[in-house]
Design a protein around this ligand. Structure first.
Ligand code: NG1
Ligand code: ZN
Length: 490
């Protein structure tokens, strides 16, 4: 069944769009990068087969066009001892690269028979690439969702659906790539998760326009293009599929947002629960930025008793800080994040899964699969979606129980256009403004006028604006404080 996902992906996401015959030569396949999409995906498939023929030893995939100019790219396979792919396989690679999408399945099955691959063996494939823009994208398309969906289904077989959890999930795809991927995975999910997808880019829907995670988070409005039912949980992705937030509407049509902070707390508390069921003494910590809602930080430190690190905006800072923990959960409030596990943590958990008491073994096995479902390289909306769905299902929680953990402080984000945004500099993870002179004092004076008030400003790293953030005990106060601080910046 996992192979069916692979073929569906090949057809839908990496279709063969050109009739140009392409041959595996001395340096593998090499041609214009835009002709290689389907070839790279299929070489991923072939590498897995080759690894199995080699008893599970590692096969390399190298994505590069070496000295050729930027528009070219290439892909070649490397055998376990570092030599070039065995010559008799060049014909096989060429055959697989050139079949039509319709014949891909039968040709692959034929090749598996010919080379006598034991498909039950665990395969190992390493992927390398050069710095071409097209390399990074191609590197990413190989066999990844197969693994995540496989782990998700395995876990679901162990966890009965119960309590307030329901298997129906609405998704706002932001008219981007994440929704399209889910549309393909959807069929292979069966009863485990019933996805109802919106904003898939049809009907002239424009990328991120009035929809998607950023729109929902910043405007605090539900996206257009989604049919709403009271209390139904909706996941909203962003257009390039690296952010996710959840929300629901109540029976008075008020929206309730479950943002990156909320996702982080859910994952942290579920993983803590699994770790303690394993009997593993590992240090779990959470990484946030100044944009994290103050109520979430308070809940995490006071109730969950989990340590929190606050860092500068930008995933690289969060990722780095998360590596300091055995298990590091990191999320930006806007829904960008993931969970990292140290090598030591993985070894300990794997050992418990082998040698622990019965109940500890069970919990450790579950946690290993949870780790398998996690994209530790980079925050990924789809991986995060499966992590959230698993945690909710395991705890028998619907959106309302999830929301009950803590109450967000009302907040407001604004953008201010100024002459030179770099005149503003900050310190203490961007929470304190060091220049221009007097601005920090002014912000503090303004904040003092509000109960539970907090505010900061920083120059955006992605737009030519200064961002203002404020929170306070009521929405009206948060809005007013943000406007006053914006005025002080301007
Ligand atoms: P800037 O423009 O530096 O605020 C925004 C987001 C970041 C991060 C980056 C990259 C906010 C407040 N800022 O950065 O969290 O996601 O874009 O996408 O959401
Ligand atoms: Zn994004």
């Amino acid at each position: 069944s996992s192979l069916r996902v692979v073929y569906a992906f090949a057809r839908e996401m990496h279709p063969k769009t050109s009739e140009v015959f392409i041959q595996y030569g001395t340096a593998g396949f090499r041609t214009k990068a835009n002709l290689l999409e389907h070839v790279v995906y299929r070489m991923g498939l072939l590498a897995v087969i080759r690894s199995r023929v080699k008893n599970g030893r590692t096969i390399g995939i190298m994505i590069t066009a070496s000295h050729n100019l930027e528009p070219d790219n290439g892909v070649k396979l490397i055998d376990p001892d570092g030599e070039m792919l065995e010559q008799s396989w060049e014909e096989i690679a060429t055959r697989l690269a050139n079949v039509s999408d319709n014949d891909l399945e039968s040709t692959t099955e034929q090749i598996i028979k010919e080379v006598n691959a034991d498909m039950a063996l665990k395969a190992s494939v390493f992927i390398g690439m050069d710095t071409r823009n097209t390399s990074i994208i191609k590197c990413y398309i190989i066999g990844y969702y197969e693994k995540i969906v496989g782990a998700f289904k395995n876990i679901r077989q162990k966890l009965p659906v119960g309590g307030e959890y329901t298997t129906t999930l609405y998704v706002d795809g932001a008219n981007g790539v994440g929704g399209k991927k889910l549309n393909i995975i959807k069929k292979s999910l069966g009863d485990e998760l019933d996805l109802v997808l919106y904003n898939l880019g049809g009907n002239g829907g424009k990328l991120n326009l009035n929809c998607g995670a950023d729109y929902v988070k910043v405007s605090q409005q539900p996206p257009v293009g989604v049919e709403h039912k009271p209390w139904q949980r909706v996941a909203s992705l962003d257009g390039d599929g690296d952010r996710i937030v959840y929300y629901y509407l109540d029976d008075k049509n008020n929206m309730h947002l479950l943002d990156g902070d909320r996702i982080a707390t859910l994952l942290a508390s579920y993983i803590t629960q699994l770790l303690s069921a394993c009997g593993a003494q590992l240090r779990l910590g959470l990484v946030q930025t100044a944009y994290a809602n103050g109520a979430s930080t308070q809940y995490i430190t006071q109730q969950l008793k989990v340590p929190v690190t606050c860092v500068k905006t930008g995933v690289k800072h969060l990722h780095h800080a998360a590596q300091e923990y055995d298990v590091g959960v990191y999320f930006e409030a806007n829904g960008h994040g993931t969970v990292l596990y140290s090598a030591n943590a993985k070894t300990i958990i794997a050992k418990i899964a082998e040698e622990g008491e019965v109940e500890q073994r069970k919990a450790a096995a579950l946690l290993l699969q949870y780790i398998d479902m996690t994209n530790e390289t980079v925050g990924d909306a789809l991986s995060d979606l499966f992590l959230v769905e698993t945690a909710l299902c395991a705890r028998g929680q619907g959106v309302r129980q999830w929301m009950e953990a803590y109450t967000d402080l009302p907040c407001r984000q604004l953008k201010v256009t100024v002459q030179d945004r770099n005149a503003i500099s900050t310190t203490d993870a961007e929470r304190v403004c060091t220049s221009p002179e007097g601005l920090q004092t002014r912000i503090e004076e303004l904040v003092d006028g509000y109960s539970s008030g907090r505010a900061f400003v920083r120059p955006s790293g992605t737009e030519d604006v200064v961002r203002v953030y404020a929170e306070a005990d009521t929405q009206q106060s948060a809005d007013k404080l943000a406007a006053e601080v914006a005025q002080a910046v301007f």
